[in-house]
Write a protein of this length. Structure first.
Ligand code: NAP
Length: 317
């Protein structure tokens, strides 16, 4: 480590749904020097390093130059249906990059925090503790588990943080698997019923809460060099996508009776029915933060509803 008071952090995927709040939370911590990587959204002025992590052979040179003490690895392909169609590309990014980061961290004594997923579990035996047996049902979950295994085999000092479905501040409503439901409701044919999946129980978790948990994990590691291992962090409110849509309805002026619960298993990549993550290990360490789902939604929706209203008010050419 550089010095405990002035660590250098590197956050991969700093333009992503989770990476953005992680970058913000870490940059707001006095004494931490924080760099992020980005790929397609690596625009000038953001202070981010361009990196294509699907080319793992480029990772050592990047890390030698930036010399991080702590790496928070969020970059990944995280859309299960995309991974199911092209598992090799997902393996290159999700597994290849993770292996290269872990090897560098092992050689240089850096601390690696890896973002993993509740999809490493099959969803038949919730709640899942960090040491519960894994059994991914789809290619995305397998890639996240393969990344975990490479880290554990590398011998580097690391924390693996598994999280469930995420939502938070989005660049567009389609960006998160939760806010896309609001987009579907806004785009639905006027007056028509709208079916919403009511099969899988999920625990939507705010990205700002996960960012704060990660910040607290880094702080913990800086003060306690024995801190490492597999951890879970999850929101505490069980709901199906139908339940989430009910929470969006009053904020969108969408009549709730138009929402139809659909109890059938969703199409696409197989998903766990209930992969509830037991977060008690972090809670026991005094780490955690939870924002209630319905209280988070107005601020998330506001800029998007305003933009839609403005675009409707503009005269069409
Ligand atoms: N979102 C969820 O619901 C969820 C649930 C459980 C676990 N997770 C895990 O949480 C982590 C963060 O997910 P997220 O939702 O923030 O993902 P995301 O919004 O899709 O962001 C992905 C990030 O990875 C970067 N990236 C993509 N391809 C890359 C490449 N070839 N080289 C370098 N960087 C690349 C992207 O950069 P550019 O945008 O600049 O291209 C972006 O910053 C992931 O590890 C994911 O598996 C997410």
């Amino acid at each position: 480590m550089n010095t405990l008071a002035h660590p250098r952090l590197l956050i991969t995927g700093a333009t992503g749904l989770l990476g953005r709040p992680v970058l913000r939370a870490c940059r707001s911590t006095p004494g931490w020097s924080v760099t992020g990587t980005a790929f397609r959204r690596a625009k000038p002025g953001l202070g981010l390093e361009h990196a294509d992590l699907s080319q793992p052979e480029t990772v050592p040179a990047l890390l030698d130059r930036l010399a991080p003490d702590v790496i928070i690895h969020t970059a990944a392909e995280r859309r299960p249906d995309v991974s199911e169609r092209d598992p090799a590309a997902t393996q290159r990014l999700n597994v290849g990059s993770t292996g290269a980061l872990a090897q560098w961290a092992a050689e240089r004594g850096a601390f690696l925090i890896y973002l993993s997923s509740d999809y490493v579990f099959d969803g038949t035996c919730p709640p899942y503790r960090p040491d519960a047996p894994t059994r991914p049902l789809n290619a995305y979950g397998q890639s996240k588990l393969d990344g975990e295994r490479l880290i554990l085999a590398s011998g580097c000092q690391a924390a693996l943080l598994r999280v469930p479905i995420l939502y938070g501040e989005v660049e567009e409503l389609g960006e998160s698997p939760v806010t896309v439901l609001a987009k579907n409701m806004l785009d639905a044919e006027a007056g028509a019923p709208l079916a919403m999946e009511h099969w899988a129980t999920r625990y939507p978790t705010h990205t700002a809460d996960v960012a704060e948990v990660l910040r607290q994990m880094v702080a913990r590691r800086l003060s306690d060099p024995s801190f490492q291992g597999i951890f879970h962090w999850s929101g505490a409110e069980p709901m199906t996508k139908y339940g989430m849509a009910l929470a969006f309805a009053p904020l969108l002026g969408f009549p709730r009776e138009r929402l139809i619960p659909d109890p059938s298993r969703p199409a696409g990549a197989p998903r766990p029915q209930d992969a509830h993550l037991d977060s008690s290990a972090l809670e026991r360490l005094g780490i955690g933060r939870r924002t209630p789902f319905s209280s988070a939604l107005p601020a998330i929706l506001a800029p998007h509803l305003a933009a839609r209203a403005a675009s409707k008010a503009r005269p069409h050419p």
